[in-house]
Write a protein that binds this ligand. Structure first.
Ligand SMILES: O=C(O)CCC(=O)C(=O)O
Ligand SMILES: [Fe+2]
Length: 205
């Protein structure tokens, strides 16, 4: 958060608000993941100290951009995203299992939580990295704040032993989230996730 604030021209008050927001959202991420791990039968304490990243999005939607995309379809290249979306302006759409985009209408006082690519690899394919995009529906300004829990600070992303057995063989090679992000931001993977490149047994084309 210090890095984030130093890149913006923020007052002391704004800095305090951002810092307490970051602490609260980090606590929330830890609570969600500890509960999730317990439900999946994985021993706790795994996610403590994982780095987070924040992104504030400001969309300048105009009459010319109505109908076009503010953010192309993507999955987040992280473990978990906690998104505070604009309370008045819609546009976020998530892909369902049939491959259709479904709007996520604004609901004041709520947060949108979704898994990213790292969660899919960590869970040995059990948690789904949801594809989403942002569409411009009206000429207005739209805000969102995305808080991303990235992955293990040190060491590789790999499924814990509780999630690997004869029926569920390990799907992905261990990799660090930093290496994964580098790969994700190459041209090849601008709009699709690069997880297929991490498969131990890649599917033949
Ligand atoms: O603005 C939104 O609703 C979503 C933004 C998003 O998908 C992202 O920052 O990764
Ligand atoms: Fe996203």
């Amino acid at each position: 958060m210090q890095n984030f604030c130093s890149q913006l021209d923020v007052s002391d008050h704004q800095r305090k608000v951002l810092e307490s927001y970051a602490l609260l959202v980090n606590d929330l991420a830890m609570e969600i993941l500890e509960k999730l791990a317990k439900l999946m039968g994985v021993n706790g304490g795994l996610f403590e100290g994982w780095p987070m990243m924040f992104r504030m999005n400001r969309y300048h939607f105009s009459l010319e951009t109505v109908g076009s995309l503010g953010v192309q379809m993507h999955s987040d290249s992280v473990f978990l995203t906690i998104l505070q979306d604009d309370e008045n302006v819609g546009g976020l759409e998530v892909m369902n299992k049939s491959g259709e985009f479904v709007p996520v209408d604004p609901l004041p006082g709520t947060l949108v939580v979704n898994f990213g690519d790292i969660a899919t690899a960590w869970s040995n394919g059990r948690l789904c990295n949801v594809k989403h995009r942002v569409k411009c529906n009206e000429a207005t300004i739209r805000f969102s704040i995305a808080s991303f829990l990235l992955g293990p600070r040190d060491g590789p992303v790999e499924a814990p032993p509780e999630l690997v057995d004869d029926q569920h063989p390990r799907l992905y090679v261990p990799f660090t989230w930093e290496d994964y992000r580098k790969l994700r931001f190459t041209d090849k993977f601008k709009t699709s996730d690069s997880l297929p490149d991490m498969l131990i047994n890649p599917k033949s084309e």
